[in-house]
Design a binder for this molecule. Sequence first.
Ligand code: NAP
Length: 515
Amino acid sequence: MGKEVLVLEASADVGGVWHHNGYPGARCDVESYDYSYSFSPELEQEWRWSERYATQPEILRYIHHVVERFDLRRDIRFNTRMRSARYDEEQALWLITAEDGAQWQARYLLMCVGQLSTTKAPSFAGQEKFTGRIIHSGLWPKEPVSFAGKRVGIIGTGSSGMQMTPIIAQQAEHLTVFQRTPNYSIASANAPVSDEEDQRVKASYRARREQAWNSPSGLGFMPNKQSALQATPQEREQVYEAAWNRLGFGFALAYYDILLDQAANDTAADFIRRKIAALVKDPVVRDKLTPRGHPFGARRPSVDSGYFQAFNRANVELADVREAPIVEFTATGLRTQAKHHELDMVIFATGFDAFTGSLLKPEIVGRGGMALREKWAQGPVTQLGVAVADFPNLFIVVGPGSPSLLSNVLVSTEEQIDWLAQLLRHMDDSGALEFEATHAAERDWVAHVNQRARETLYLSTDSYYNGAEVAGKPRVFMPYSGGVRGYRRLLQNCVARGYEGFELRNQPLGTRSTP
Ligand code: NAP
């Protein structure tokens, strides 16, 4: 588009979460061909994925390839964290200041800071006394970490904890998994990509993309039009078995009402519980690993490669910290209310301050001195998930109020960036200098996001979708649950109606004389 662009990157290299989450077993739950950029047919054709679900090193290699291929590195300033951004109302420019004091002025500010990039770790009593090593899954060291001969503890059983457990179990002398909430997980149907499959996908890549763009979550799966409650138990068993054996996340769409209706969900949850039961030998451990009390999919489920089976190993122990919470760290391990665990290393797989953590870290100040932290004190407020009233020319990518973490984020990112590019072109053509969401549009959008969430089971339990992962965080539903296809239609309708819900101004509002 001929624009001058500068990317500020807090890390020393590209990759975002795939740069930081180098823990053993890290792998994407979205199929490789779908978890990739669609903007370049040449890129699509030349990249060869080796597995159906790519590992973290392979995804990082892909990201590096994209950066080199499109010569993006020269526009990126590494080791540069934005400290603040202040909007100059008269000039319609953002004044951006980095932690190191460097400053820039920019017409547009795009926040691409990720939804799971601010790690979250509890601080336990006596943690400073521990003489072993503590590592957070989301800040994994760049040098190899050896588990050989070590007694390792993992705190947390979300996707990160579940992915690393079977790998560390194989390498460590002893592994203790500290579990607070058992998680649903679908067995990964991972497989190497054959040359035939690669050729087949590449011969009709556009059709595959169309399918992803038109599916609810950008994964290419269309929901079964039937209700789980209309099928006979035998039919359901067959449908669930087929979904379990191939679909990963797509399991949630085996019937259209699994995420909408508690009774329908019970049938899916019950199937998964029976699968877990068949995988775990010890009845007490099996019982503790079984998720109950929250619907399948209402918290983010995992797609695992041998998680439950790892507990059949003699060197793996499950510590139920809901039943017997962690009391303190000691010099040689940690103590729960049940016993002391001798440990050489503790891994915090305790997650992130999701959706808003990284957006609210820098001080972003818009029109009239309004700070984003102040504006979002009761929870994020946006128009269409992309912009915020009082913050002209600020664009949020894959943030709250958009499909974001309920979708294939590659699809959602491209969907929003294409829309933004169209907006900027329109502004260039019409001489507009400012775009800004209106307060009325924001109110309507937040109401719509909440309405769509109420139609689902997402609100029926605590999760990072609704701010429950951080004490004191506003308890509001963060992502948009209306799906990527529906969301794209809303973005398009907004354009067709002359950027409805936004004001586009040729003269910045701040330069107008007040009556
Ligand atoms: P997470 O899903 O938020 O899980 C954090 C875990 O830590 C939960 O089991 C939580 O228990 C536990 N925990 C937190 N504080 C604790 C405490 N004080 N004591 C004991 N347990 C505690 O985090 P995550 O596993 O890092 O995953 C975050 C998200 O990243 C995923 O949902 C996914 O979106 C993404 N991710 C994706 C992939 C992939 O594509 N394959 C892999 C990894 C991560 P409670 O549930 O009881 O709070």
